[in-house]
Design a protein around this ligand. Structure first.
Ligand code: ADP
Ligand code: UDP
Length: 234
């Protein structure tokens, strides 16, 4: 299998089928546009397992995802998507960049989810863009944007309901979407504590902020999330 792309936290390999990819979850973790980097044994296994459970749950609830088959603890066989070069973000509670950007107090709960689009481009630091940038720069059509927003809000509702069962708040998250060979919009990439903010009942951070802010050992924190999700037997 040929390595097609090595990203910050995953590696994509080609397979015998041109419409499929194997994705390997690395142990590496990065923050602040890769200015902070580390590697932790078992981190890839944890993000892979968590993401697989979440994708299975979303698929069961009518969301199209890229997953074909979980191959082993760190590898997943997926549909090769034509990815939108976008990072789609939902915020239910203020944290991270919105706190710095707009001066909102961390922990402020929003009356309705805030939908944001960033252009996925490390050179420019994944800048926030609007619908017009997407359409005029040919990143997505008006119709695709409507569908992207609809599916993202559905995923948010489903994630809130899932994590409520384990007393965890979905503060915010990032997803990546793409088109499958039949041009259906599909959820790709991953959903894990690397790409979401999760807070427990006491607002303890159970996500990559533990690494960003040197709060806790992320593998211990990610294991808490995994064990809680596993207890739901999805
Ligand atoms: P990054 O590119 O941000 O460093 P990763 O290390 O997570 O991120 O690399 C995974 C790459 O694979 C990302 O660029 C992502 O857009 C891409 N990707 C994820 N799922 C799919 C898929 N099903 N088909 C094609 N590309 C995908
Ligand atoms: N996020 C991500 N990858 C990115 C940028 C953000 O997974 O390249 C996630 C991040 O973990 C958080 C949400 O998207 O759950 C919102 O991130 P924010 O804009 O607050 O940026 P950050 O604080 O990560 O700089």
């Amino acid at each position: 299998m040929e390595k097609l792309y090595e990203g910050k936290s995953k590696i994509c390999y080609s397979t015998k089928n041109e419409n499929e990819l194997k994705i390997f979850f690395k142990n590496d973790v990065t923050a602040f546009n890769s200015l902070k980097k580390a590697s932790y044994e078992s981190k890839g296994l944890l993000t892979a397992k968590i993401s697989n459970i979440i994708f299975k749950y979303l698929e069961k609830n009518g969301v199209k995802t890229h997953t074909i088959k979980v191959l082993d603890e760190q590898n997943v066989l997926v549909k090769k998507l034509k990815m939108f070069p976008l990072e789609i973000i939902i915020r239910n509670v203020a944290a991270g960049s919105i706190v710095k950007r707009l001066g909102i107090e961390q922990g402020t709960a929003f009356d309705k989810p805030i939908f944001e689009i960033c252009y996925k481009n490390d050179t420019y630091g994944d800048p926030l863009i609007n619908d017009d940038h997407c359409v005029v720069l040919n990143l997505a059509t008006v119709k695709q944007l409507e569908e992207i927003k609809k599916v993202t809000l559905k995923i948010n509702q489903l994630l809130i309901e899932l994590f409520k069962q384990i007393n965890i708040k979905v503060v915010d998250f990032k997803i990546e979407l793409g088109l499958d060979k039949d041009n259906n919009i599909c959820l790709g990439d991953e959903i894990s504590p690397d790409t979401c903010r999760f807070w427990d009942q006491n607002n303890r951070k159970l996500d990559k902020d533990c690494f960003r802010e040197d709060l806790d050992d992320i593998t211990a924190i990610y294991l808490i999330i995994l064990e809680k999700l596993e207890s739901l037997n999805i």
